[in-house]
Design a binder for this molecule. Structure first.
Ligand code: NAD
Ligand code: IPM
Ligand code: MN
Length: 362
């Protein structure tokens, strides 16, 4: 097949991890006879430096035309002055909103090879397979913001329609899994959460009688997530709760550098990015873990290009590299860490091996 993919490296380790994922996409194209046309564009701090804007019009236009977008990360100390008129993160939020990507899928499946890297006891982690569906274009991120000399406010708003569509997406995804959804809110305090709970209950009852829906308050959920992670299948929640809970959930996998994401809407284009940020503390040293971005490329193959077998082969290649002990500094015991290039080379080598899932046109 032929696909147009926009690549947005962004800032910090963004260019390092997207370069790795692009190598993997090129290898998939070669091996399975596809043609991927890759176009690089500016976003975030890099775009502010070049154009004064965090999301230049040319970038958004290219993303709208593409089949899929692969993004590294945005932000960093250079652009973090609280008084700065424009911030890199605004570019990412505007891109998600501009493309209508309201459902952010963040799967968490710890690899056997990295259980030791997690601060959580290995027996709690075996068999963990959960999917967080984070609402991505509403809530406090997008409400009215006010600032005066001695006061500031951020409005948290949700409409019924915004809640319905993301809950629907979560329930539909649960049907292909174990059929269990936990909706996370703060309904004991927040009005938006009471509307969320009411709406989720109705959507599940009327449209998904075969799916089990339970509710959990976000504070106790933060505890349950590490105390009994195997208990969860699909977790659906609002924008900010989902942001926080997934960085926490990354510790089930052993590192923030391992988790991928897919952001989907009703349109054809999807956005794929690791859940981590620009990691200014390690940027430019060639030691970032590229796996979260490579696994995001796998999600891109599956969700935007319909290449489920190729996606599974990439996931298997990452698992294979980890099993061979090729671990970046965030995962490796002292002194035995692989560089970004070494991890990428190990994944590419695994991709050359016969792929178990394949009934592929080899
Ligand atoms: P971060 O995710 O960038 O880093 C947190 C910690 O995890 C750091 O110690 C970092 O070194 C480590 N880490 C993250 N990714 C890693 C990887 N691939 N390999 C190895 N280690 C990794 O979060 P932060 O430090 O709170 O934020 C830094 C900047 O990134 C901020 O400007 C923030 O706004 C931005 N950010 C961007 C995105 C995005 O573009 N999607 C996401 C989160 C944060
Ligand atoms: C993420 C990030 C972003 C978010 C920031 C950079 C706007 O933390 O993708 O998880 O909060 O959504
Ligand atoms: Mn985040």
């Amino acid at each position: 097949m032929h696909a147009e993919i926009v690549v947005l490296p962004g800032d910090g380790i963004g260019p390092e991890v997207t370069a790795a994922a692009v190598e993997v996409l090129r290898a998939v194209a070669r091996r399975y006879h596809h043609r991927f046309t890759l176009h690089e564009h500016l976003i975030g701090g890099a775009a502010i430096d070049a154009t004064g804007e965090a999301l230049p019009e040319a970038t958004l236009a290219a993303c709208r035309r593409a089949d899929a977008v692969l993004l590294g990360a945005v932000g960093g100390p250079k652009w973090s002055d609280p008084k700065a008129p424009v911030r890199p993160e605004q570019g990412l939020l505007a891109l998600r909103k501009g493309l209508g990507l309201y459902a952010n899928l963040r799967p968490v499946q710890p690899h056997a090879a990295t259980l030791g890297a997690s601060p959580i006891k290995p027996h709690l982690l075996a068999g963990v397979d959960l999917l967080v569906v984070r609402e991505l274009t509403g809530g406090i991120y997008f409400g009215d913001k006010q600032r005066s000399a001695d006061r500031a406010s951020d409005l948290c708003e949700y409409s019924v329609a915004e809640i319905e569509r993301v809950v629907r997406r979560a329930c539909a995804l649960a049907r292909g899994r174990r059929g269990q959804v936990v909706s996370v809110d703060k309904a004991n305090v927040l009005e938006t959460s009471r509307l969320w709970r009411e709406t989720a209950t109705r959507v599940a009852r009327e449209e998904f009688p075969d799916v089990t829906l339970e509710h959990q308050l976000v504070d106790s959920m933060a505890m349950h997530l590490i105390a009994k992670p195997r208990a969860f299948d699909v977790i659906v929640t609002e924008n900010m709760f989902g942001d926080i809970l997934t960085d926490e959930a990354s510790m089930l996998a052993g590192s923030l550098g391992l988790l991928p994401s897919a952001s989907l809407g009703e349109g054809k284009v999807g956005l794929y990015e690791p859940i981590h940020g620009s990691a200014p503390d390690i940027a430019g040293r060639g030691i970032a873990n590229p796996c979260g971005t490579i696994l995001s490329a796998a999600l891109l193959l599956r969700h935007s290009l319909g290449l489920a077998d190729e996606a599974a082969c990439v996931e298997q290649a990452v698992a294979g590299a980890l099993e061979r002990g090729v671990l970046s500094a965030d995962l490796a015991p002292e002194g035995r860490a692989a560089t970004t290039a070494e991890v990428t080379a190990a994944v590419l080598a695994q991709l050359e091996l016969p792929c178990q899932v394949a009934e592929l046109r080899d």
